[in-house]
Design a protein around this ligand. Sequence first.
Ligand SMILES: [Mn+2]
Length: 313
Amino acid sequence: MAAPILVFGHKNPDNDAISAAVGYAYLKNELARRNGEDVVYEACRLGGFPPETKKILADRGIEEPRRIDGVGEGDKVILVDHNEALQSADGIEAAEIVEIVDHHRLGGLVTAQPLRFNAMPVGSTSAIVVREFGICNVELPKGLAALLLGAMLTDTVIMKSPTTTDFDRKVIAATAEYVGVDPVEYGMEIFKCRSNPAELPVEKIVNADAKEFELANGNKVYIGQFETVDLQAVLGREAEIREAIKALVAEKGYQFVLFFATDILAEGSQFIVEGDVDFVNDTFGIDATGKSVWMPGVLSRKKQVAAPILAHA
Ligand SMILES: [Mn+2]
């Protein structure tokens, strides 16, 4: 048998990146079996587990996806929850991308071969994956449904994020009913099983959910988000966080690093910026020079943070 087709989400994987990969690999294997195709799909991940993902996988008896660091010539891959080379596996330019399932902006990857590209402007990749089970008429196992539901709830911040669409609300409601849980209660449980920010190493806070982006001028920036039910515990570490992101600016040559802690209960985020702070100040009309700034209503990196930064000339 040929080598497995690798299915993976972005670097510094969040709950959606890993859950969507596990769910989509399962669906593709079921379809391959149905069609008698001699091919295997393997869910992988490009980094450590978020605590909630590890817990749901264990609770539901689902095998943990293997960690890979890079891909290369001859590898066939399916990208989920991203489509930008900067956020993908090292060596992605040499691999063959056979499919993409995503809910982000287009970020510049070029392919040699035609591919299946399933993109929707919705709250999570996992919701697109659940929809595919329905379209393909493949039964979604309850444990996998619980995993994907968890990812739909973390990616939409329990449906509070402005990225949440009617489609997301419908898929979440139907999946929660199928699993037999209340979606809001289940979502709160998931957020609470994240580690206490007072006890985490500062690198984990800064890098847990961070992505690189390239500005129009070719410079790279790093935008990290930490979602929490305990904002004060994160802000108690502000000086350490500032030192850590200052070091990232120096080491990696980022134009700036923007770290923001999102309070999912108060529904807003606290910005901490190092590097070219003026760029961020201008983009948002704020003064984050040497001090952190509260941004009420800001919950989505994609829509409310990265998009305005990338649009800012
Ligand atoms: Mn996502």
